[in-house]
Write a protein that binds this ligand. Structure first.
Ligand SMILES: [Zn+2]
Length: 321
């Protein structure tokens, strides 16, 4: 019988994903509902309250025993003020005081956090970084989400936008990024960036096992690239290896900037498992310095797509301690 729980919610443009989590990071129940975008923030807040109540009911936990609710949201945010400033995948959401709206409807403490940071906290608290004091996470998906945990706390920075590691530059004068810079990490090793590079090379006439897929108008994904690379396709092998090489550069920079015990890799690219991990660690061993053995362990994420909701709930537990 569960006596207390925290709820974690991932605020996505398509779905609200929720989970009830115990004090040790154990997942008690989870559920997802569509995000009522046309209804605006009020309707989405009502949906979040329904989602939380549904999870608590399922566990026979009263609202009084709800420790708190954590929300992982796309940014930019004012984390101190609990506001969403302007979220790209939530059209019309400008300067929404989400924390206060939720707290007044729910009657429990609410924590708002950037979704990349929430996922990093999840892996730190209950996943690949469990038992440690720090961790840096890279989520290799549509872009590269990231989070930095130092001494058990999420690093926010003065502008509350720290850990945008997907837009750290790993190639001077490299590939252009939608953010306006060139050579951003996410151009080389996000799942979407990987697929884009393969498609672009096929368009340039390079032979590839995935040419037929690209030619038929179907989308290529990172799993197909990994599979083709494993089977020896030259183009996919070269670009997969190049992604691993750029990720290793990122790990060197992370080592010198944050000096964490581990760097955790998650998201679509990490579904390739040891094929990604072995490639990155091999390049990291070649590129890292030789002055001191302060190397982070590079690991695969353990919580998959639950990291965000578990981390958001973990931050609610942390706030009440
Ligand atoms: Zn960028």
């Amino acid at each position: 019988m569960t006596s207390q729980a925290a709820i974690g919610i991932d605020l996505g443009g398509t779905n609200l994903k929720g989970a009830a989590v115990d004090a040790d990071g154990g997942l008690l129940a989870q559920h997802a509902i569509p995000t009522d975008l046309p209804g605006g923030p009020e309707a989405v807040v009502a949906g979040m309250v329904d989602l939380a109540d549904g999870l608590l009911n399922r566990l026979s936990v009263s609202r009084q025993a709800l420790v708190g609710l954590g929300v992982g949201s796309p940014g930019p945010l004012s984390i101190r003020e609990g506001r969403i400033i302007d979220a790209a995948n939530l059209p019309g959401w400008k300067d929404v005081p989400l924390r206060e709206l939720l707290r007044s409807k729910l009657g429990a403490p609410v924590v708002l956090e950037n979704d990349g940071n929430a996922a990093a906290y999840g892996e730190f608290w209950a996943g690949a970084g469990r038992g440690g004091a720090d961790l840096v996470m890279l989520t290799l998906g549509t872009g590269v989400g990231a989070g930095v945990i130092i001494d058990g706390a999420v690093l926010h920075g003065h502008f509350e936008n720290a850990a945008e590691l997907g837009h750290t530059v790993v190639a001077v004068d490299g590939l252009p990024c939608a953010c306006g810079q060139r050579g951003c990490l996410e151009q080389y090793c996000s799942a979407a960036g990987m697929a884009r590079r393969v498609c672009s090379a096929i368009d340039d006439g390079e032979p590839c096992a995935l040419s037929e897929v690209a030619g038929s108008g179907r989308t290529i994904d990172a799993a197909q690239v990994a599979q083709a690379a494993r089977s020896g396709d030259r183009l996919c092998s070269r670009l997969w290896d190049d992604a691993c090489r750029h990720l290793a550069v990122a790990c060197v920079n992370i080592q010198h900037t944050f000096n964490p015990a581990c760097v955790v890799l998650g998201g679509g690219m990490a579904e390739a498992g040891s094929f990604l991990l072995d490639g990155v660690t091999a390049h990291f061993a070649k590129q890292r310095w030789h002055l001191h053995e302060d190397f982070p362990t590079i690991k695969l994420a353990e919580l998959g797509y639950d990291a965000g909701v578990i981390g958001a709930a973990g931050l609610a537990w942390r706030a009440m301690r």
